[in-house]
Design a protein around this ligand. Structure first.
Ligand SMILES: [Zn+2]
Length: 280
């Protein structure tokens, strides 16, 4: 783990403390996880409204691969863009074959320590909702109400008609596909049915974007977890929260694009960092 000042320099001392750089106080963490957890705990205790923003890194310990990582799914299979899915029956069939191949992975995944820690803080009223880039449904499984999971990239555990938005179970899609050999169309409007995710080239969901913007502006602690913060709109939310007066914590194994504006950067395993907050 490395611990960074917000100017990018490393902290080498042996105990947790605060240092003043320029006009604002910058929290730093030391190289041992315990003091990092302590500082995070202090910030959580001091906060009234905490908004977590999660990316792939929170789900890797649950067996969900990071599609964008080297060797990940997207480096082996070119993602199918939305317009191609709409235009081509072959593309739709290929998209569904890939999704069915992933089903054992998604079906077996259980919430990890990061999910459970956030669910604990949600239960005691510290977290009004979680904003996520993930499509794996694990925040819902950890105890968040569906209404309190703001999904920027949708959800892969069910399907929707791209025309009328009718929801479908994956089981129904699978049965249709197996019976006909073709990707099924909507039984109401005959438009294609697709996983309820946002594909490349597909518009971001307006309602989710609006809610994420409101949450970032209204919180006093914003915690970005397991996201490299390079994919738009992810990169915009930590900065928006910070500019709206919130303190910003970034927990990620790798450096992120927003580390230089964070009050606390923890480059460490997410499960180990958030594990102590499970059940609090
Ligand atoms: Zn439809």
């Amino acid at each position: 783990m490395s611990c960074l000042f917000s100017d990018g320099s490393k902290w080498q001392s042996g105990c947790g403390m605060f240092a003043r750089f320029g006009p604002r106080i910058v929290s730093v963490i030391t190289s041992d996880i315990r003091s990092g957890v302590e500082q995070l705990g202090d910030m959580i205790a001091a906060a009234s409204v905490i908004v977590p923003f999660t990316g792939a890194g929170i789900s890797t310990e649950c067996g969900i691969p990071d599609f964008r990582s080297p060797g990940g799914l997207w480096s082996r299979h070119r993602p199918i863009p939305f317009d191609e899915f709409v235009a081509s029956a072959e593309a739709r069939e290929e998209a569904w074959r890939r999704r069915f191949a992933m089903e054992p992975t998604f079906a077996a995944a259980k919430p990890g320590r990061g999910h459970r820690a956030l669910a604990s803080l949600y239960k005691v009223g510290k977290i009004p909702a979680v904003v996520t880039q993930n499509i794996d449904n694990l925040h819902q499984l950890s105890g968040f109400a569906e209404d309190h999971v703001v999904e920027l990239h949708g959800n892969t555990t069910y399907a929707r008609c791209i025309g009328c938005s009718q929801a479908y179970d994956l089981k129904w899609v699978r049965e249709c596909f197996d019976a006909s050999g073709c990707a099924p169309d909507c039984t109401i409007c005959a438009e294609p049915v697709k996983t309820a995710t946002i594909s490349f080239g597909q518009a971001m969901p307006d309602e989710a974007m609006r809610r994420a913007t409101d949450l970032a502006q209204q919180c006093d602690l914003f915690i970005a977890i397991g996201s490299s913060l390079v994919v738009w709109p992810a990169a915009g939310f930590p900065m928006l929260a910070k500019n709206s007066g919130a303190r910003l914590v970034i927990i990620n194994n790798e450096p992120t694009e927003q580390d230089d504006i964070a009050d606390l950067v923890i480059r460490h395993d997410i499960g180990e960092t958030l594990g102590p907050f499970v059940g609090n």
